[in-house]
Ligand binder design. Structure first.
Ligand code: ATP
Ligand code: MG
Length: 604
């Protein structure tokens, strides 16, 4: 992927992106320069008019009327021409900007589609949306507005330089001096490292505050239930206040710079008039000197506009660059490496061979350490163990949400990294703890599992997953759109729908991370029956939170702290009197206790 080789940052990277539509950008800059130059012409024309009038002050009727009218037209024409040229420049730059944005967004979307599934578990859709909608979008103002403005502003000193020597270089220099000084003030204020870190901090804290706001609104019911309203609101309020303080203290730090900057930039006569007064005394030809002075007095007024436009280029440029950096960070995440010569699995047993895995890369604590076991085809392998022992992590490694950091996961003896991604996806069906349903009909949600399946097949899958009953009770049955008003599915129902989806997919391997919400004994038993039918010849890896589910498994792998503590069948493990037998004893005690408790209440 071309974007992968990109290592540039900051303005260099912005420049590189701007050059994607080089022709249009160059054209736009050229037009902007011509427009800036044209914008000076009215001032020159006015000066010619004044000079002509001044020459005939004693008898104005002697002035060349035709010449004056020509100059008048020149002033008006060039003023309009400058606006028109600027319009053309902006036209080119906008076409360039939006074409570039379109390309970047397309590249970005393609890229995130190629990333490991695990990337999406770790990065919220909200965050990615912000990168596309806000950060990439910022590039628009840079290419469409700032670049042509910058080109015009760079051309300005050149034009000034020419005009500088036209009449009197001393006056020329004086009219240019405020701009130079103001520019240096700006350089000092915005050009340093602390300004850069501020923009980053500013964006981060803005993001934090937005997240806090969303969280606050989302959690409002919980907060209310726990009578936390005032307290938690105060916390949120505090966050906003801190943010405000942070921003205003930073703004305050610019106060002096800014006042000075404005005072100088808006007082173009600051240096010019004292100098004119000073030089006037020693002028050889007083009339001619007066005319030059008038020229610079008019001309210096035109300097401010183009400069004012670029006043913010450097600070805005940095903001845009920071946004692009956020995009580049995502682009720098490598897509799942795909084998050039993919191998195909002929059978569907899964073997973990000395698998180690770390979520956060080298040097971090391992979530999985040296795990080895085999889940045979046609068998049910259950993963059990305390919370945080790495069961879900192991399950996610099978469909390659993440790549192992050590060892290998093999299907039918083939390393899953050597298989084509599409192939792996087609042979592994999975249901994880965080189920996702589309805002579509129940039927469509099931059919995602297998686009070619018929309605009848989908209903059969729903029946097998114990969904049929509750679906029938929905207002429009299978055609009820999920997520619409008054349609609410429980956690267990949602997961059963996703199970139906996985069953319809009918992949030879099924990975199931059972939700706790799913632990409804009656349904569980029903599902188990259905599964037994469907699981023949399949490889099933199931993470069960209820040991009753586990009991019938062909193999039980007991996880503890990311390692395999024990493995075997139920009876074996009981005999071994290890971790599993303790868990089993505890489980039974809990069962008996709840029955006893129930019994007591009945008698009471
Ligand atoms: N996305 C992630 N990034 C970093 N660490 C993670 C991530 N997901 C899990 N972990 C860590 O990996 C370890 C194993 O977590 P895992 O989710 O596999 O446990 P589990 O056995 O499925 O627990 P549970 O029974 O509660 O579902 C934990 O220490 C957890 O903090
Ligand atoms: Mg889990």
């Amino acid at each position: 992927m071309e974007t992968k080789t990109v290592r540039k940052t900051g303005m260099a990277r912005l420049w590189e992106l701007a050059m994607i539509k080089k022709g249009l950008v160059v054209m736009s800059c050229a037009l902007a320069v011509i427009s800036t130059a044209t914008a000076f012409l009215p001032f020159v024309a006015i000066w010619f008019i004044i000079r002509e009038l001044a020459a005939h002050l004693t008898d104005l009727s002697a002035a060349d009327g035709a010449y004056l009218i020509r100059m008048g037209w020149l002033a008006a024409g060039s003023a309009i021409g400058a606006i028109f040229l600027n319009f053309c420049a902006l036209m080119c730059s906008h076409v360039a900007a939006f074409t570039t944005l379109y390309k970047l967004k397309l590249d970005f979307t393609r890229h995130i589609a190629s990333l490991p599934l695990g990337f999406h578990s770790a990065n919220s859709t909200g965050k990615l949306r912000k990168v596309v909608d806000e950060n990439i979008e910022k590039l628009e103002s840079f290419i469409a507005h700032q670049l042509p403005d910058l080109a015009g502003a760079i051309a300005m000193p050149v034009i000034t330089l020419i005009l500088l020597f036209l009449f009197d270089w001393r006056l020329g220099l004086a009219s240019f001096a405020p701009i130079l000084i103001a520019y240096f003030i700006q350089m000092i204020a915005f050009g340093n490292e602390s300004a850069k870190t501020f923009i980053k901090q500013y964006q981060d804290s803005l993001e934090d505050m937005n997240n806090a706001a969303v969280e606050y609104v989302r959690g409002i019911s919980v907060l209310k239930a726990f009578n936390q309203t005032i307290f938690s609101f105060r916390k949120f309020h505090e966050m906003i206040k801190n943010y405000g303080k942070f921003v205003s203290s930073y703004t305050d730090s610019f106060e002096n710079h800014y006042v000075l900057f404005m005072a100088i930039i808006q007082n173009v006569y600051l240096f010019l008039i004292p100098l004119i007064v000073f030089l006037a005394g020693g002028a050889a030809d007083y009339a001619e000197f007066a005319m030059s002075a008038v020229f610079y007095l008019i001309f210096s007024l035109s300097l401010y506009t183009p400069f004012a436009k670029v006043m913010y280029v450097s600070s805005l440029g940095k903001q845009v660059a920071d946004g692009i950096e956020r995009m580049d960070k995502v682009l720098a995440v490598s897509p799942l490496p795909e084998s050039q010569t993919p191998e195909t699995a002929r059978e569907y047993s899964i073997s973990f061979e000395n698998v180690s895995f770390t979520y956060n890369g080298e040097g971090e604590a391992e979530a999985i350490t040296d795990v080895s076991f085999t889940a045979k085809q046609g068998e049910i392998t259950a993963l059990v163990g305390p919370s945080g022992s790495g069961k879900s992590t192991l399950a996610h490694l099978i469909p390659r949400f993440y790549d192992v950091t050590g060892g290998a996961v093999k299907i039918g003896g083939v390393d899953i990294r050597a298989m084509a991604n599409d192939e792996l996806m087609s042979i592994v069906g999975f249901v994880f703890q965080d189920v996702f349903l589309f805002k579509q009909s129940v039927m469509d949600n099931i059919l995602i599992g297998n686009k070619k399946a018929t309605r009848e097949q989908a209903i059969a899958a729903a029946k097998a997953a114990q969904c049929h009953e509750f679906i029938e009770k929905l207002p429009q049955g299978y055609d009820t759109v999920i997520g619409t008003k008054n349609i609410h599915l429980s956690g267990g129902e949602r997961q059963r729908l996703v199970i139906a989806r996985a069953l319809l997919k009918d992949a030879p391997i099924l990975v199931l991370d059972e939700a706790t919400a799913f632990a409804d004994p009656e349904n569980e038993q029903k599902i188990q029956f259905a599964f037994e039918e469907l699981m023949r010849r399949k490889t099933v890896v199931i993470i069960a939170h209820r040991l009753s589910t586990v009991r019938g498994a062909d193999k039980i792998v007991v996880m503890d702290g990311g390692k395999v503590a024990e493995q075997g069948v139920h009876e074996e493990l009981l005999k071994a009197e290890g971790r599993y037998s303790r868990m089993w004893a505890q489980y039974n005690r809990a069962m008996n206790w709840s029955i006893a408790a129930k019994g007591e209440t009945v008698h009471a």
